[in-house]
Design a binder for this molecule. Sequence first.
Ligand code: FE
Length: 335
Amino acid sequence: MKLSSLALTILLMTQTTTANSQEVNVYSYRQPELIQPLTDAFTKRTGIAVNVAFLKKGLIERLKAEGSRTPADLVFTVDISRLNAVVEAGLTQSVQNDFLLKNIPSTYRDPDGHWFGLTTRARIIYASKTRVSEGEVTTYEDLASSKWKDRICTRSGTHAYTLALTAAYLHHHGEVETLNWLEGLKANLAQKPQGNDRAQVKAIWAGVCDISLGNTYYMGKMLGNPDQRAWAESVTVEFPEFQNGGTHVNVSGLALTKYAPNRDNAIALMEFLASPEAQEIYASDNFEYPIAPGTEADPLVKSWGDFTPDNVNLAAIAKLRSDALRLMEVVDFDG
Ligand code: FE
């Protein structure tokens, strides 16, 4: 009897120690190598351990299943649609924090504080160095013009990146024009949508098409890969704009979970990641753009050119995602 109560006391003490230990738990769709340098720096500075669970899929299902007993404090992911899905599932909580508001421009965070962007990537055009002349790439609208007939490659119309761009088109132009644009774009494709963003650049290199839609950071990734370097070197990065806006961008970002057991530590990590220094490191790790006022992208990324990001709040893009998907199905974009 006595022994078992002692055992219970020890057990309780152990649990108390665990609950009081300084840690923060992250569920991440982002690769370990992108995050590790920053979490290490955070731990060194604060003494707070960062435990990261890298997930390939099922993050929302896991958070739902764990409910109020989840160990997760923060969710890291890319693309506004994925951030928004976590919010829409009711798995996040609002953060009102002056430091975050100061360092994350309003375009790149939820007006209600449920998600925050940390870096951006632009959805741009990769253009053949030999078959596309300077100034030929202009606007997103122009991609539907007949001058691009059989010259464009893209990944699936139902992929998050394509849907976000289409949602931005909807925001700028409404449904009828977006439908026309998608039909025109489809008519200009050199082949059915297939493969990822890098596969489109490979197709340009192979002579299948002259331009492709892709995210900026893939240029850096291809240049760093001996098998893909030639693809990257066969193209230039061109920044199209919307006629009445800028270049479409998306974010990598994070959200505080609804039941975050280490809320204060999580907010400390959010502040750390939102700081200009951390943004620049995080952005450089994946050839992205930091967003805090005064920050700069790394020299390679800057060498691709300057651009004006579209100024629509990404929450508006997220809201239009299902409409974008419906239009993709109407035009049978991948068919
Ligand atoms: Fe990507």
